[in-house]
Design a protein around this ligand. Structure first.
Ligand code: 0PR
Length: 377
């Protein structure tokens, strides 16, 4: 830091220059984030200085958080669910497994997750000192229940299912995982960080939420398909006792038993999440999801027209394409042409996410470039 500060104009000039270096979302097909809805931005700005770590100082912001949690609880099929708005899927997953571990009272335990689980579960193993056991997937890239069953033992503190896998957008058989959890008396966490704001708005009805009796907790991210601001996560529990497992003691705060992982927390994000849900309603989200799925269909049809097949018929707005001979090469050539796409590990494929910022025109342009790149390789 300099002894004498820069003028506001100088600072702004640097900020604008740096912002210019950031990519704009219209050519990004590799991200699960998207520009927040304008009403979320307004709400965030209005509440930006509020801190939910000390909610008694900001009862307005705190009420918006609880109203948002209530709306999410309704959406997830259990109006009595309790929880809070976190910083994102990683925090929600950590906290869910921490609650399960504390409830089980086992310190050197294990958690059984699908091999397709997000890398946040590896952090969880490290942080919580749990062994993360990875169950195999079936040919549709859903978790294989026999494999899950084989990995369970008396030290298992939780099972995890995913509703919208990071790489393929696949949905695990949550109801059957639920049968297994009930049978073994186990905690079942569902990671719907991505799918939570997609599945409820699709025509096809899936059994994946609190409607499945054994589901203990759900991660659902407003900062992904929820159109809210970053950081915006959500964690809901069926049973308030699990949330209580996370309480710390802070006698000097207005809420002396905080349950979130972070101390200071953005009231702006909570206000944004409430605002966007209140404003869009189920109709608004249904329109957004329908459009993302139409774009998904357009991409898959266009890919097939140039001889590129998807790994799976897309379940949600995540597409993995068998871009032979090398998804890595196709990716790097597309990146040279300004398209941000990613790849999957197993099986290797080119991965694209059709977020609300995607457009028909850009998909056509991307497909033209993909065809050119593949001819050249
Ligand atoms: N669970 C699932 C199923 C996820 O897909 C993700 C993130 C998480 C948990 C963790 O969420 P947070 O990142 O909010 O902690 N999935 C994306 C991924 O890792 C996140 C992402 C977003 C990556 C934007 C890149 C990007 O540009 O692929």
């Amino acid at each position: 830091m300099k002894a004498r500060g820069l003028s506001e104009d100088e600072v702004l000039a640097i900020l604008h220059e740096k912002r210019e270096q950031d990519l704009s979302y219209d050519r990004i097909f590799s991200s699960m984030c998207t520009p927040a809805h304008p009403i979320a931005l307004k709400a965030h700005q209005l509440f930006q200085e509020t801190n939910l770590g000390d909610p008694g100082l900001f009862p307005g912001a705190a009420e918006l958080e609880q109203r948002a949690v209530k709306m999410i609880a309704d959406l997830l099929g259990y109006p009595d669910a309790v929880g809070y708005l976190s910083t994102g899927g990683t925090e929600s997953n950590i906290q869910a497994i921490r609650a399960a571990r504390n409830a089980a009272g086992i310190r050197d335990g294990n958690v059984v997750v699908p091999r397709s689980a997000h890398f946040s579960f590896d952090k969880i193993g490290d942080l919580l000192r749990l062994e993360v056991r990875k169950a195999d997937l079936d040919e549709e890239l859903k978790v294989d229940l026999n494999s899950v069953e084989r990995l369970i033992d008396e030290k298992t503190v939780a099972l995890v299912g995913i509703a919208g896998t990071t790489e393929f957008g696949q949905v695990d058989p949550i109801d059957r995982l639920g049968d297994l959890a009930l049978d073994r008396g186990l905690y079942l966490h569902v990671d719907a960080a991505f799918g939570g704001f997609v599945l409820p708005f699709m025509e096809k009805k899936w059994r994946w939420d609190f409607g499945v009796e054994a589901v203990s907790s759900i991660s659902i991210d407003p900062h992904k398909m929820g159109m809210s601001t970053v950081p915006g996560g959500g964690l809901l529990f069926r049973d308030g006792r699990h949330l209580d497992m996370l309480a710390a003691f802070a006698p000097y705060l207005t809420d002396n038993r905080p349950t979130a992982l972070t101390g200071t927390r953005s009231g702006g994000s909570a206000a944004a999440t409430w605002a966007v849900m209140a404003h869009l309603g189920k109709e608004g989200f249904t329109r957004i999801v329908r459009r993302c799925m139409a774009l998904t269909d357009q991409l898959v049809a266009g890919a097939r027209a140039i001889g590129v097949e998807p790994v799976l018929e897309p379940i949600m707005n995540v597409v993995a394409l068998k871009a032979e001979p090398s998804p890595e090469k196709v990716r790097s050539e597309l990146m040279k042409r300004g398209w941000l796409v990613s790849i999957t590990q197993d099986p290797r494929a080119l991965r694209l996410i059709l977020m609300p910022h995607a457009t028909r025109d850009n998909i056509d342009l991307l497909l033209d470039d993909m065809a050119a790149v593949m001819r050249q390789l």
